[in-house]
Design a protein around this ligand. Structure first.
Ligand code: FNR
Length: 360
């Protein structure tokens, strides 16, 4: 399909499903078990309605913000998505190039299909932010090496993912009996879900944050917070950010939507919302209004995963990603005008009605 015929993020998903090999589609799209969390993530946004303000003379909108101190043009970043090469030969490098042109930050997966040194070369400027996602390896020396290489390559932060001590049961993936071989080389596809996750240590606890702090001065973010209690603990460890995430519904099925966790933080630990620790949210975000709802409720920025893989697919590569970001940007801008706000900090919780989500 010609790119200009795709007019929203769901269109990219449809095209990707048609074009990707079955095995890749299964790996990218699947959630755990019955995929209840995966679908709920998206549904939680439609359960929230907006209360637009009128007659506020919004002449232009400013969508810029900062993530861990790095300027970004939208409150949106590219989340860690393993093996982008299966979508397009340029994989994570095409994502980095598009992110540079559009002014976005990118989180590079621990199991990315290109080494970080190569991805860094695709940046459009030396200050373009790329962060390193880390799964703590059973062989801790391997994790030390990931951190060292990230530092040397110029990564802006380490995001440690903590929601997958074992890999979720992705049944579509299992049924297709994926046979892409595991390999230590970053240049090759590293095998899928189970193979990829077999190195992740299930034996870590909160002390891991002290350990990482001991080996690097890079800012730390904890990805995969799913309760108010853990958000409070993370804050007490002095991390720079947390990601409310259920791994796109790929880890524990029926884990609640991250948007609901954000609501619970507002209610039970409101001191975290305006603290020094940034709060990010990911999972199921597909519309400009989804982004604005999360920001209005106190998120600093949101992550998208699958849409970046889908827009790389079908031979589109970087061009597809640029189009996808442009569409999301247009939706965000138009909906800010409709809401009556000219900058992100004017988005207030009163502008959303979350009672249907809270009741659930
Ligand atoms: C992921 N995600 C992920 N997260 C992470 O911390 N490390 C990783 O290696 C991966 N790999 C990965 C692969 C694929 C194919 C997907 C779809 C997702 C999770 C990702 O960062 C993010 O949390 C979710 O994808 C967000 O949900 P949406 O936007 O995909 O609905």
């Amino acid at each position: 399909a010609p790119l200009q015929t795709l007019i929203n993020l769901n269109d990219f998903e449809e095209v990707a499903q048609r074009h990707l090999p079955d095995t890749t589609w299964a790996y990218y799209s699947s959630g755990a078990d019955d995929e209840i969390s995966k679908h709920n993530n998206a549904r939680s946004y439609s359960k929230i309605s907006l209360r637009p303000r009128i007659l506020r003379r919004v002449l232009s909108v400013n969508t810029a913000t900062t993530i861990l101190g790095f300027p970004t043009s939208l409150p949106v970043y590219i989340s860690a998505v393993g093996i982008a090469k299966l979508a397009h030969p340029d994989g994570e490098c095409a994502l980095a190039a598009a992110a540079g042109k559009e002014g976005l930050a990118q989180l590079l997966a621990n199991g990315s299909s290109f080494p970080i040194e190569r991805v860094m070369k695709s940046r459009t400027s030396p200050t373009q932010p790329i962060f390193q996602q880390l799964y703590v390896n059973k062989d801790i020396e391997k994790s030390v090496e990931v951190v060292r290489r990230a530092e040397q390559a110029g990564a802006g932060a380490i995001w440690i993912t903590v929601d997958s001590p074992v890999v979720g049961k992705r049944e579509m993936d299992e049924r297709l009996n994926l046979s892409i071989s595991a390999s230590d080389s970053h240049e090759q596809g590293q095998g899928v879900a189970k193979i990829m996750a077999s190195f992740i240590s299930p034996f870590i606890d909160w002390d891991i944050l002290t350990w990482i702090r001991g080996i690097t001065d890079l800012p730390l973010v904890v990805k995969g917070i799913q309760s108010v209690e853990d958000a409070v603990i993370a804050h007490s460890h002095g991390v720079r950010g947390i990601v409310l995430s259920n791994h796109g519904g790929r880890s524990q099925d029926t884990a609640q939507s991250p948007l609901l966790t954000l609501l619970e933080i507002r209610k039970f630990a409101p001191q975290l919302i305006d603290s020094d620790m940034q709060i990010f949210v990911d999972g199921g975000i597909r519309r400009g209004t989804d982004v604005l709802k999360a920001i209005a409720l106190g998120a600093d920025a949101v992550g998208l995963g699958r849409p970046f893989l889908y827009s790389l697919s079908a031979g589109y590569g970087e061009k597809g990603v640029l189009r996808m970001i442009a569409l999301l940007r247009q939706e965000i801008e138009a909906n800010m005008v409709l809401l009556g706000v000219s900058s992100l900090d004017e988005l207030r919780p009163e502008m959303v009605n979350a009672s249907r989500l809270e009741k659930h």
